[in-house]
Design a protein. Structure first.
Length: 107
């Protein structure tokens, strides 16, 4: 978003957007979509469509994003989580895909 704003907005707007983005936490898929929709409904629908299309299994990218956040909370609160290297590696690859999609959309 920072790079997008540098090319499109005044310094005051850039500062505001950067400050708002820096305060965003716990980005499950629905929150990412909501934030994208606040900038552009097209960005929101494009993100939804692309994570759906690029999932090898229905909902895989969405579920990976949400699982990372859910398990982060559990670990932070001292709860036991059962996960394997394979599962974490799969989540990582799917989240990387989502980040690539975001970069593609917000250029």
């Amino acid at each position: 978003m920072e790079k997008y704003c540098q090319n499109k907005a005044s310094p005051n707007i850039q500062k505001f957007v950067i400050k708002q983005i820096d305060n965003i936490t716990n980005c499950k898929t629905e929150k990412i979509k909501r934030i994208l929709g606040e900038f552009s409904p097209t960005w929101e629908s494009e993100f939804s469509q692309k994570i759906h299309e690029q999932s090898k299994i229905d909902g895989e990218i969405k579920n990976s994003i949400d699982s990372v956040i859910d398990n982060r909370h559990k670990i932070a609160h001292g709860k036991s989580v059962g996960m394997s290297y394979s599962r974490v590696s799969n989540w990582y690859e799917n989240v990387k895909q989502a980040v690539g999609i975001l970069e593609e959309i917000i250029k």
